[in-house]
Design a protein around this ligand. Structure first.
Ligand code: GLU
Length: 474
């Protein structure tokens, strides 16, 4: 059994694409390697003693700058993982035409073991170490949330940067995923989950792709299993059930699996976890113990959404997976070996570099907003409203002069509205997700060396990165 680490898996997927693309080996090597990885060990005096923490910031590719990628807080963080995640960021940004290179950061810490005040001191100290080396910088290196971090940590980082760069007018653009009231953007928190929803909607627009996965129709009534109800899994599951009529029949969490074949109320489950700290005793459903959590990955369903950590789909279970479509909301949930097995078995995989790009796409919008110092829609919203109202009034006038009923109030209310920031963020995210899917689809159809979405996605990204290097004379 080839037990690929996350990093090995990323490399295997990269290498097989490069081999088929017949890329110049020197250039391929340049694209493969992580440019730099900075390791820092710093001490913070907490609870009367000095605690030493280890953190990383890895830059995979600077073919575009700034480089972009989240900062993860977890005990499992290590250099290999951070580098593999940085690599994925490079391909994710290239595939979706987000003009950034790839980076990632991590801190070896169990955030649940520290109070908010302690976490703030640790985060500010980590940020200080990165900022003084320009590893956090609006034009060079822009972090964002990842597992174990959120807008609270991003606000601390932004403030730390502003304190150390008091005259930088673009200081707010040094990090994304900030709270909306502190230079963040509406729709960023849910962006990755929203992106998963938009990716699935786009997939279901292509009848042939749907049939190829052994499915038919739309998302309505499709059975879904979600692994991990963190920020990404929660939002994806919430939107798919509340807005698309999909049915989440199982949620696999750290401490157990919730099963309800008539469909789980995601909002209620999320609230239950927040209030009680786990899935135990969630009313009106079967809750299986944590001892067999992975078993439900193998359960019959239309769509499986791994939204937690890497490597959960591996050689140990790939033969047993019964889902028709796997959409990788997490980074690297499928090992290279499992990917091969699943493809052979005809399972459609919507790959991570595309499926979970929603976060960085909306980060890009936030960064642009920070640099422009103005909220999206501020200049045109009321103008649009006035113009729409004029059009509706004129239609009403013509209708009534012909003795016909006027426009309904419901339609008028909906149509007359000018686009606000959230509308524009959603529209930009939807457009980007659709375009990227169509790009991968057109590529795999035009070149039979790349018969699946992942290899087409990698190939497209690598071609774009190669072109960027060529333009630089490399
Ligand atoms: N951590 C997220 C990811 O893995 C978001 C990165 C970003 O917004 O820069 O894609």
């Amino acid at each position: 059994m080839t037990n690929h680490s996350f990093r090995d898996s990323t490399e295997v997927m990269f290498q097989s694409t490069v081999d088929k693309l017949e890329l110049d080996p020197g250039l391929a090597e340049k694209i493969r390697i992580a440019n730099s990885t900075y390791t820092v060990r710093f001490g913070v005096k907490l609870r009367g003693q000095i605690h030493t923490f280890t953190g990383y910031r890895s830059v995979h590719s600077e073919h575009r700058e700034p480089v972009k990628g989240g900062i993860r807080y977890a005990l499992s963080v290590n250099q290999d993982e951070v580098e593999a995640l940085a690599t994925l960021m490079t391909f994710k940004c290239a595939l979706t035409d987000v003009p950034f290179g790839g980076a990632k950061g991590g801190l070896c810490i169990d955030p649940t073991q520290w109070t908010e005040e302690e976490l703030e001191r640790i985060t500010r100290r980590f940020a200080y170490e990165l900022i003084k080396r320009d590893l956090i910088h609006p034009s060079q290196n822009v972090p964002a949330p990842d597992m174990g971090t959120g807008e609270r940590e991003m606000a601390w980082i932004a403030d730390q940067y502003a304190r150390m760069h008091t005259t930088d007018i673009n200081a707010a653009a040094c990090v994304t995923g900030k709270p909306v009231g502190q230079h963040g953007i509406k729709g960023r928190t849910e962006a990755t989950g929203r992106g998963v929803q938009y990716a699935l909607r786009e997939f279901f627009r292509h009848g042939e792709d749907v049939a190829g996965a052994g499915l038919s129709g739309s998302l309505e009534g499709k059975t879904v299993i979600v692994q991990g109800l963190g920020n990404v899994g929660y939002h994806a599951a919430k939107f798919l059930t509340e807005e698309d009529g999909a049915k989440v029949i199982a949620v696999i969490e750290r401490d157990g699996t919730v099963v309800d074949r008539s469909g789980i109320n995601i909002e209620a489950l999320h609230k239950h976890i927040a209030e009680t700290g786990g899935v135990a005793n969630f009313p009106n459903s079967i809750v299986l113990s944590a001892k067999a959590p992975a078993r439900f990955l193998e359960e019959e369903c239309d769509i499986l959404i791994p939204a937690a950590v890497e490597g959960v789909l591996n050689e140990g279970n790939a033969e047993k997976i019964k889902a028709k479509v796997i959409i990788e909301a997490a980074n690297g949930p499928t090992t290279a070996a499992a990917d091969r097995i699943l493809r052979k078995r005809g399972v459609t995989i919507i790959p991570d570099l595309y499926a979970n790009a929603g976060g960085v796409i909306v980060s890009y919008f936030e960064w642009v907003k920070n640099l422009s110092h103005m909220r999206f829609g501020r200049m045109q919203r009321r103008l649009e409203e006035t113009q729409n109202a004029m059009l509706l009034d004129e239609i009403d006038r013509v209708l009534s002069s012909n003795g016909l009923n006027g426009i309904s109030e419901g339609f008028r209310d909906q149509y007359a509205k000018g686009a606000c920031e959230l509308d524009l963020v959603r529209s930009g995210l939807d457009d980007t997700m659709r375009e990227a899917y169509q790009g991968m689809r057109a590529f795999l159809r035009s070149d039979d060396r790349f018969p699946d979405l992942r290899s087409a996605g990698y190939a497209l990204s690598i071609q774009k990165i190669a072109a960027a290097y060529a333009a630089k004379g490399l």
